[in-house]
Design a protein around this ligand. Structure first.
Ligand code: PRP
Ligand code: URA
Length: 210
């Protein structure tokens, strides 16, 4: 597996993934779990955020300590299912900006169809992290990254919850510079290109549309 992929298999994440996979988990709990897993994933996916040294007065003495450098960071969910991950990341980085890319996978051709794109105006000065719980064939992620790259961000990362082996291979081939953060890797896709065992249709489960 490429160095570009980091699987975050912390026990807390694995436990929550099992609950997400369970077909009996309803939309309320499903949304909460997506948010919690995303929050936990921030720990590693934001490890390289730059810090600057500051002096802070504690009740006892002056401490030389570190805070986050002001840096333009944009989270970009792929609609719809990526929306479920926004709360988790903005809880961790409340100053981040949020862009949106609307894409759906045509059920017949399996090709991504883009219907919306609104990115932060200063994205060229910052780092972009694209969010989507599912990386199946990789088509949607590749297309979203193509759109974001047109605006010349300093760097691009892709954060998902379940990634298929095929999706990782396709995305790594198309965008070798993009680091992929996932919580779990599943081995295969079914005849409709759904991840097996996966968790079903993430958008439908988040929004209760099926
Ligand atoms: C899902 C998912 C990804 C895409 C993954 O979205 O959220 O965006 O499929 O599949 P791929 O890797 O094969 O492209 P979907 O097209 O179902 O749209 P939705 O989020 O609006 O339901
Ligand atoms: N999109 C989903 O929501 N789930 C899959 O398994 C594949 C694509």
């Amino acid at each position: 597996m490429s160095d570009n992929v980091l699987v975050m298999d912390h026990p807390l994440i694995q436990h929550k993934i099992s609950l997400l996979r369970d077909k009996n988990t309803g939309p309320k709990e499903f949304r909460e779990l997506i948010s919690e897993v995303t929050m936990l994933m921030c720990y590693e996916s934001l490890r390289d955020l730059p810090l600057k040294e500051v002096e802070i007065e504690t009740p006892i003495a002056v401490a030389k300590t570190k805070i986050l450098e002001e840096r333009h960071l944009a989270f970009i969910p792929i609609l719809r299912a990526g929306l479920g991950m926004v709360e988790g990341v903005v809880n961790m980085v409340p100053t981040a900006r949020v862009g949106h890319i609307g894409l759906y996978r045509d059920p017949k051709t399996l090709q991504p169809v883009e219907y919306y794109c609104k990115l932060p105006f200063d994205i060229s000065k910052g780092d972009a992290i694209i969010l989507d719980p599912m990386l199946a064939t990789g088509g949607s992620a590749i297309d979203a990254i193509n759109s974001v790259k047109k605006h010349n961000p300093r760097s691009v990362k892709f954060m998902c919850i379940i990634a298929s082996k095929q999706g990782i291979e396709a995305l790594t081939k198309a965008h070798p510079d993009v680091k992929i953060y996932c919580a779990v890797k599943d081995a295969r896709l079914n005849e409709h290109s759904y991840i097996v065992p996966g968790l079903g249709d993430a958008g439908d489960r988040i929004f209760g549309t099926k």
